[in-house]
Write a protein that binds this ligand. Sequence first.
Ligand SMILES: Nc1ncnc2c1ncn2[C@@H]1O[C@H](COP(=O)(O)OP(=O)(O)O)[C@@H](O)[C@H]1O
Ligand SMILES: [Mg+2]
Length: 170
Amino acid sequence: MTEINYERADLEACGVPRRFLDVLYGEMKDTEAIKVARKHAKDVARGACLVLSGPVGVGKTVAAVRLLRWLYQRRICGLFRGAAEVSRENISKLADVPALILDDFGQERFSQDTEYLLELRHARVMPTVITTNLTLDAVKRAYGERLVDRFREWAIFYELKGTSLRRKET
Ligand SMILES: Nc1ncnc2c1ncn2[C@@H]1O[C@H](COP(=O)(O)OP(=O)(O)O)[C@@H](O)[C@H]1O
Ligand SMILES: [Mg+2]
């Protein structure tokens, strides 16, 4: 019988899409995003917010999921959600979960919900990782000074550079 990877199954139950688990349990490269996630893992565990900002395909989501795994191994359980999935109905659950990966922040249509969610997590000092294509300036333009001011206090805002790691699957 093939062995069950319980850790992988648990991360899948946290909402991590399979594509990222395949990378996580495959041949992981030490990308800039992974290095940043590793460097700030303890800060996140203590309740900071890590924002991985950058162009598409530089490995932001993979790095965020790597960090979720690191937290999971330290008994901080979390959820992975796309920012577009945040709604009135799930906001209190997402505000309370010990760790939250908010993927593709800035892609959602109802930005007030994600903004409020982040306000709650900032107030509660809760481990949070955000991936986004928005620079800090663009966040300011889209969400305003209120959120950016909270980020100044709470977030490690990291602007990644580089070109897409995505390759055509053969
Ligand atoms: N650390 C890594 N090791 C190996 N491949 C990676 C790594 N990070 C990203 N990739 C590859 O690049 C693709 C895009 O990564 P992803 O994290 O989705 O980028 P982003 O969120 O920045 O758009 C992944 O599907 C995977 O094929
Ligand atoms: Mg992504």
